[in-house]
Design a protein around this ligand. Structure first.
Ligand code: NAD
Length: 432
């Protein structure tokens, strides 16, 4: 079985590597400067990249209320409704995470607790669009997990405060809101400055600069995942509606000029019709300046022999969003394990997940779905173990075992801790 391509991406991995190298160098220099010079460096880069240099990057309570007052009532009500869905699902997920304690032998107790991180940063992208839904996904989820202090950072849009994003961040429960974007926001939260508190963990999607900053600062702080430019992959059979496939591919291609949109289908006719409808829709799409570049550079249409091959290939792509438009979409649950999120059947779509249905939209890109799922309450929790031995006999026996295990590794100090318990509780004499 050899998949055939009706459309291949125009951009090669060599182009990507060159871009990544440049982004990486810019990000490193910004981080180094902010580490050395704190707030004054933050201001320098905010001015340089966003032409934004207010008296304070942090919004006061009055500024937050002023911003919210400018948001249409319908938008506020829609934010609340979307946040309700995100909260219900996040609370259900939280309830599914259990603490554990087991007595593995008489008097030997092992357990773990799921403790929330204390301080988290939430990056809400806003370079091109006010991605206010990211506020629900990062801040609300952190709060449901029990994080005490959440700092939100979002860039200005065209030199203005993004009012609806501020409203969403406030309603989601952010403790502090900064109008600050890109590497300078991520670096300031990671290393801490005179006015921006250092966080223990940072979550949120962003462009290549944001993702690279998170990558370089990982270790100094925890991160959710590297949520880079959005991707969509649709698995469709011959029964799928080509107009729907085209519409849904473009819904993600419009995120930016580097968002892959891929169709894998067993129907050449569906593939050709989809390509036709994409060209047709691009003529009227207001975001065609981005979507058409993405489609040209990263779009793919692949024809396979059957649906087994389709699922196998989709699993290799490990795309962020996988939409399944077949007669039996739940087959994907059994046939795929590499993806950020699945969207099963025509009655839902990736846009529902992005904006309002309640699953988290911060998802792994660039094949990271091979080793991680997306953002969820569990990412804000630390699963931490403990142990207690209440039986003298068990402690002594463990002491003997520990002594032998440690000496096999030439660790005499470890061994003596075991010997000591053996001696104290079972009366065995040691000659050290
Ligand atoms: P953004 O907030 O991520 O980035 C804007 C910032 O980028 C600006 O504040 C600026 O400081 C910085 N920047 C721009 N050009 C720069 C340059 N030349 N040098 C240094 N810094 C520069 O907003 P965006 O650009 O709109 O990107 C949002 C991204 O988030 C999109 O790529 C979208 O696909 C992605 N996204 C991903 C997910 C996911 O879960 N994977 C979800 C939503 C959005």
């Amino acid at each position: 079985m050899v998949a055939r391509r009706l459309k291949s991406p125009a951009v090669t991995s060599v182009d990507n590597a060159a871009t990544s190298q440049k982004v990486s160098e810019i990000v490193k220099s910004v981080i180094d400067d902010i580490r050395a010079n704190g707030d004054s460096a933050v201001r320098t880069y905010s001015e340089k990249f966003d032409k934004w240099s207010p008296a304070s990057f942090k919004l006061s309570d009055a500024q937050i209320q002023e911003a919210i007052a400018k948001v249409p009532e319908q938008t506020i009500s829609d934010i609340k409704e979307a946040q309700k869905n995100v909260r219900i699902f996040a609370e259900a997920q939280r309830a599914s995470i259990k603490d554990v304690e087991i007595e593995i032998q008489p008097g030997v107790f092992l357990g773990h607790r799921n403790n929330p991180i204390t301080t988290a940063g939430a990056y809400i992208p806003g370079g091109r669009y006010p991605l206010l839904a990211s506020a629900h996904m990062t801040i609300l989820t952190a709060k449901v997990a029990g994080v005490k202090h959440v700092i939100a950072c979002t860039p200005p849009i065209n030199g203005e405060i993004p009012n609806a994003t501020v409203a969403a961040a406030h309603l989601a429960g952010a403790d502090e809101i900064f109008i600050l974007g890109g590497t300078q926001a991520v670096a300031a939260m990671a290393v801490g400055t005179e006015t921006i508190r250092k966080v223990e963990f940072l979550a949120g999607p962003g462009n290549a600069f944001v993702a690279e900053a998170k990558r370089q600062l990982f270790g100094e702080m925890g991160i959710d995942l590297l949520a880079g430019p959005t991707e969509i992959l649709i698995v469709a059979d011959e029964h799928a509606d080509a107009f729907t496939v085209a519409t849904d591919l473009l819904s993600q291609a419009e995120h930016g000029p580097d968002s892959p949109a891929v169709l894998i289908t067993n129907s050449e006719q569906l593939g050709r019709q989809t390509m036709h409808f994409i060209e047709q829709q691009l003529k009227t799409l207001s975001t065609a300046h981005l979507a058409s570049v993405s489609w040209r550079d990263f779009g793919e249409v692949i024809i396979v022999d059957d649906m087994d091959e389709a699922y196998g290939l989709a699993d290799e792509y490990a795309s962020e969003h996988v939409q399944v438009l077949t007669q039996t979409p739940r087959d994907a649950l059994e046939n795929m394990t590499n993806y950020g999120a699945l969207f099963l059947g025509e009655k839902t779509c990736v846009s529902y997940g992005d904006k309002c249905i309640g699953t988290n939209h911060v998802l792994p890109t660039r094949k990271a779905g091979r080793y991680t799922g997306g953002l969820w309450v569990g990412k804000y929790l630390k699963t931490q173990t403990y142990q207690e031995v209440t039986s003298e006999k068990a402690s002594g026996e463990l002491g003997k075992l520990c002594g032998r295990c440690a000496r096999a590794e030439l660790f005499e100090g470890h061994a003596r801790s075991g010997d000591l318990r053996d001696s104290k509780y079972l009366g065995v004499k040691y000659d050290w």
